[in-house]
Design a protein around this ligand. Structure first.
Ligand code: GLN
Length: 548
């Protein structure tokens, strides 16, 4: 049977995931984990996120507001949950998979001005809700999955989420009960003074959904303690859901990657398939289990530093931490990550923080705060032969450091931080010179890089060309490429026309490599990214060296 034929027999099914009681419940991870389980059951799964805020995309938000901005192949700047979706499934998502209120209003207002609604009063219902529903149909048509899991950002009760929920309600009505289900993620808090778990917040949150005309089919209860049968019965009774569909999501002890396995124990995948009348295979999760085992009890351990400016935020460098975890698991190596604020290095020097770590990673970033601390960290790594991985800004930092301290270009800097510098070794990309709008205007998404034979980059990728995701405005100044190269900073990857430096490395160093792109967005649990794998291998090697 051809795929097209089988498609006709199997209409796309829809799962909407909402959150109640509090934010940060991990509903993105729950949605992603359900995606994992359904994929292991042989289904083609696509995930998407609806964000009720008015920004067109999160690209213009500070990491303090929003955590990491996750970049897709097509250059879309998206919510970090799309990172979970891509890591937990085989999916390669597109800009259609992250919809914000800002995008919908932009579209509706554009149509209004064009006269598409001539004669009508333009309203949230039906004009906004129709666009939301249309987006789901667009994704179904373009990506042709068996199942679309749509996560609605925010918490039930938020005013800005209402149009999305109304659109979901209509969508369920229009597409039939056997094709659409609602999963609601809530918190079941433990009240220490009473020594009890409490179901009331869940009841109230579900009641609120019911008042909007939505009845959840499955409730995922985030909890610190096991839910006993009584608790499950109570939630089932008061929330009007089948007791089997009251699912516990207990706090993961070691790793987020345990969640699919825990939800499998609760039969979330089975119940979902039953509700949607999907006939599927039993999942064989052996390779996922092995991956999780290696995270939990690795045979080796190394310590590395991540030097950044949003270090106190768990979510600011999320994909980098995940990519390190994937590489660590692959190499059976536990990673102790020391998060260092670049401004602390400015105050107390690099040695104070880096003398006890096995390697240094400098992630991407914008703005000049902490820059000199990062430069000092790169210098320390280069001089003391600590493995160094620089990502985007981390490559620009490595270049500035090399220019100043090896090439003797005093005061070298990036145009972003010191436009008056006598040596702008990092400067604005040619294409960026006329850009005056901040949103969505960087060099974004997938671009091809050619690798130079006989370099570390080539050795790691085992390929002459690669594609990687980008998000930047500045580049290594082409005028300085020769002087850098003459002094030993090899440009081992360039854009196909040879103009843009994409990778730099130092041959005379155990592992010093820095890239203009974001390899962290392409790492998957059982397929670590070659650069992260190489970096962790180097950490292992350097940690095995006898102490001198
Ligand atoms: N701020 C730098 C640039 O725009 C680096 C960007 C990044 O690290 N993502 O080029």
């Amino acid at each position: 049977m051809s795929t097209d034929e089988s498609k006709r027999e199997r209409p796309t099914k829809y799962i909407f995931v909402t959150g109640g009681v509090v934010s940060s419940l991990g509903k993105g991870l729950a949605a992603a984990s359900l995606g994992t389980l359904l994929e292991y059951r042989g289904l083609r799964v696509v995930l998407q996120k609806f964000d009720p805020y008015l920004n067109v995309d999160p690209g213009t938000m500070s990491p303090f507001q929003h955590g990491e901005v996750y970049v897709l192949d097509d250059g879309a700047e998206t919510d970090l949950d799309l990172g979970h979706y891509e890591r937990f499934t085989s999916g390669n998502l597109t800009k259609n998979n992250n919809l914000t209120s800002g995008q919908i209003y932009e579209l509706v207002l554009e149509k209004e001005r064009r006269g598409d609604y001539l004669g009508a009063t333009v309203q949230v219902i039906p004009h906004v809700t129709d666009e939301v529903k249309q987006r789901i149909h667009d994704v179904a048509k373009a990506q042709n999955p068996d199942v679309i899991i749509t996560e609605i950002g925010g918490t039930i009760g938020d005013i800005e989420g209402l149009p999305f929920l109304e659109a979901m309600r209509q969508f369920a009505l229009e597409n039939g009960k056997e094709n659409v289900i609602f999963i609601h993620c809530t918190l079941v808090p433990f009240i220490a003074a009473a020594g009890e778990l409490k179901t009331k917040p869940t009841q109230q949150s579900v009641a609120r959904m019911q008042s909007l005309g939505i009845q959840p089919d499955i409730i995922i209860c985030r909890t610190e303690h096991e839910l006993d049968e009584d608790m499950r019965r109570k939630i089932s009774m008061f929330c009007n859901v089948d007791q089997r569909a009251v699912i516990q999501a207990i706090d993961m002890k070691h790793s987020i990657y345990e969640l699919p396995l825990e939800l499998r124990k609760e039969r979330l995948d089975r119940i979902t398939c039953d509700l949607l009348r999907l006939e599927t295979e039993r999942p064989d999760l052996t390779d996922w289990e092995q991956f999780v085992d290696r995270i939990i009890s690795p045979s080796h351990h190394v310590k590395l530093a991540v030097v950044g400016k949003y270090i106190e935020l768990q979510d600011a460098y999320k994909s980098i931490y995940e990519a390190l975890t994937h590489a660590g698991a692959y190499l059976d190596c536990g990673l102790e990550i020391v998060r260092i604020d670049a401004e602390d290095i400015e105050k107390h020097g690099a040695e104070a923080y880096l003398s006890s770590v096995g390697g240094v990673l400098i992630p991407g970033g914008f703005g000049d705060r902490g820059i000199e601390g990062k430069i000092a960290a790169a210098r320390f790594a280069r001089e003391t032969k600590l493995p160094y991985l620089g990502i985007c800004l981390g490559m620009q930092i490595a270049t500035i450091e090399y220019a100043r301290h090896v090439c003797g270009l005093e005061g070298a800097n990036s145009q972003e931080f010191d436009p008056q510098s006598p040596h702008l070794v990092v400067c604005l990309l040619e294409d960026q010179k006329d850009v005056d709008q901040k949103g969505g205007s960087m060099r974004l998404g997938t671009w091809i890089t050619d690798l130079k034979p006989n370099t570390r980059a080539y050795e790691l990728y085992q390929s002459a060309t690669i594609t990687e995701r980008h998000r930047h405005r500045y580049e290594v100044n082409p005028d300085y490429k020769h002087v850098l190269d003459d002094h030993g900073l090899t440009i081992s990857g360039t854009s196909p026309d040879g103009t843009l430096a994409e990778i730099v490395e130092i041959e005379e160093h155990p592992f010093f490599i820095a890239v203009q792109f974001h390899p962290e967005f392409l790492s998957k649990p059982n397929h670590p990214h070659p650069l992260f794998r190489g970096f962790v291998e180097a950490l292992l090697k350097s940690s095995e060296l006898p102490l001198g």
